[in-house]
Ligand binder design. Sequence first.
Ligand code: ATP
Ligand code: FE2
Length: 320
Amino acid sequence: EKVLGIEGTAWSLSAAIVGWDKVYAEASNPYIPETGGIHPMVAAQHHATHIGEVIRKVIESGEEFDGVAFSQGPGLGPCLRTVATAARALSLAYDVPLIGVNHCVAHIEVGRWQTGCRDPVTLYVSGANSQVLAFRAGRYRIFGETLDIGIGNALDKFGRFIGLQHPGGPKIEALAREGKNYIHMPYVVKGMDLSFSGMMSAAKEAAAVHPKEDVCFSLQENAFAMLVEVTERAMAHTGKDECLIAGGVGANSRLQQMLDTMCKARGAKFYAPPKKYFGDNGSMIAYTGLLQLKHGMTLPVEDSAVNPCFRPDEVDIPWL
Ligand code: ATP
Ligand code: FE2
């Protein structure tokens, strides 16, 4: 059994054919803006231009597939619609079921697949999203999340402000390693939720008077401590002893280190997938498609509209 999956919620355009044992084929053509951030219409135009070649590459691997999965949301509307159109056409042409996948659920499932953890509290940190999730009563419930911007977008915006090319996250990580002095930043945890916008303003102000290495260091220490605090509280509340990191910002080694320290202190285990599975990729959509296909979670073409605000707790998780 194999599924062809297509991801294209924002910058990443990627297709893969995945079976239960491994990734059989994968091809990508990411949209990387030369200046500024991700413009939804320009990203969608990029996807429309390159989706044919990306899909052709995985099909030319000669692998067969029993379903076509696509990222149905959340994401940028124009990008989602471009990918969904291609997926519907493939499903009809090859006469295989169409599977709509929630992008956040896919980040969790590929992490569980790649690390072997079973029932974790997941810290999902990407550009647009910052959520703490855990399985309870049939679904991944959101225990805490950002009230304004995602941590990735916050880092990218600050990066642009100090002249770094998009995406700023990895470059800020490198600069932070050279930072020595902690500059006070607003630490905003409200119950189980987080807010990063005040911290962003403070970082921009600090950048005018402090070395950028120190500001990057302080930004990371502050934001990651907030994320780890909420993750730990979700673990204490649910009694779970596994912690999984997912999403593009999860590639950050300082964040991983802080989560690992927190887990060790409470006798829990920290799981991080191989680096390539943090950011958006077609394999995570294909693998989640495989799980859904097994449980009959497919879509008729006429009922396969995308959902830019699709939340993970709208999806039944019968396989856990
Ligand atoms: P989503 O739709 O899930 O929000 P996304 O489109 O933001 O996904 P991802 O690939 O999951 O895409 O995440 C991209 C984000 O990850 C960017 O904001 C980028 O700066 C950030 N990022 C990547 N590597 C690092 C790193 N080493 N440290 C911090 N942030 C990073
Ligand atoms: Fe993502």
